[in-house]
Design a protein around this ligand. Sequence first.
Ligand code: SAM
Ligand code: SF4
Length: 459
Amino acid sequence: MYYINPSVMNIEACSEKKQVYFKNLKFYIHTFGCQMNENDSERIGGILAKEGAQKSNSLENSDLIIVNTCAVRQKSEEKLFSFLGRLTRMKKNKNLIIGVVGCVAQLHQAQLLEKNSAVDFVLGPDNYRGLNQVILKHFGEKFMAIRWSRQWKEIPPEHVLRESDISALVTIMEGCDNFCSYCIVPFTRGREKFRPFPNIIKEVKHLADNGYKEIQLLGQNVNSYRDSFSGKDFSALLRDVNSIPGIEWIRFITSHPKNFTLDIALAMKEGEKICPQLHLPLQSGSSSVLRRMNRGYTREDYLEKIKLLRDLMPDISLSTDIIVGFPGETEKEFQETLKILEEVRYTNIFSFRYSPRPLTSALGMTDDVPFEVKKRRLIEVQQLQKNLQLEKNKSMIGRVIKVLCLGKSKKNPQIFSGRNQGYQVVNFKSPKDLTGEFTPVLITSCGPHSLQGETANHS
Ligand code: SAM
Ligand code: SF4
């Protein structure tokens, strides 16, 4: 086993030694949070791999462990600290570099280095690019980098170490200017900044040339995308990406209802590769709660956009995010959320109990919905949605749908798993391995969270 030796650290000037150092370095990245974090981890992995470091699949087998963090809810922070406890115990028995990066790193900065002496470095979401230099320069000393930059920091597509070779994440913007009253993201990821249009196109072409079948464009609010040089907006981006040969399915996340325009809906309808699927976070079905959340739309505005989408794309698959127990949420306001779930009939939802976060304006409101009530409301939302999903999924039994096979099912290696255009999980039997291929699947049964079936034909 190779252990990192501090004596090799004065090596920045000597590229040969630098090569040896990185060549012997095994790293592991543990990711908490959303797809943006997953893509950041892929980029961080790429920065290290470019220098020759090797990605390890086990914590125990690694010299460098990077924890990419999420600060959206208190619970995600708690999970991080319990994970760091485990790493601290590991570090007692071996030489190990531990780095904490991402939103909690930005939020707790120096505190993190003090709070957990096992942590060697802390990097905010805008400070990954110099990671290799930083590791070399500061070995043996604790350090942090948390500076914001207004400029986009490009990591060339060929340096991204991707988890999948079928479906790729492509970040198009970072940060957020919306300041929803409950949300910490504008404080951890900073203000909006947009990736230059040509860089996005270049990455998608690179992915197409490398056999990728699906891409997901990512950002906290992709609908507000605007290229600062050409002025091209998100719908223009969708149209241009749609015209790149090779990529067959295009998705994007997240959309903000207030910035979702008719032109984006038209680009979706017209773009034959753009999946008729949209994640449109509602948060609450009550206009008064939405106002307190500073969401910038009412229940009626939201429903109007849903109508527009369904008029244009009757089979569109919709998903959403819901927060229950926001400060002051009355039973009547909560019932409006349940009503909207019945009305819209989402394919899937992500639902959360309100979690008070530092720096947010909702922190100044009284968190007056008792924990037990929040808990009960969350159960009610999830139970209702489960029934609605089951009903929706049952209506698909007997239909043949197109599925992108993503590999063997993790739970049962005898069957394959993939997604349909609506982003539903489809587990299916197939006499041959169809990983990376599109295949027609006959749906034979379902649960609330997935569809099951068998290949309808196979050539
Ligand atoms: N930018 C996206 C949007 O506007 O929908 C989502 C960003 S956030 C990482 C993902 C989801 O976490 C939000 O849509 C919201 O439902 C939930 N969330 C954010 N802050 C929260 C909080 N303080 N308590 C509970 N849920 C929260
Ligand atoms: Fe947070 Fe609102 Fe920005 Fe989404 S749009 S990241 S919920 S502030």
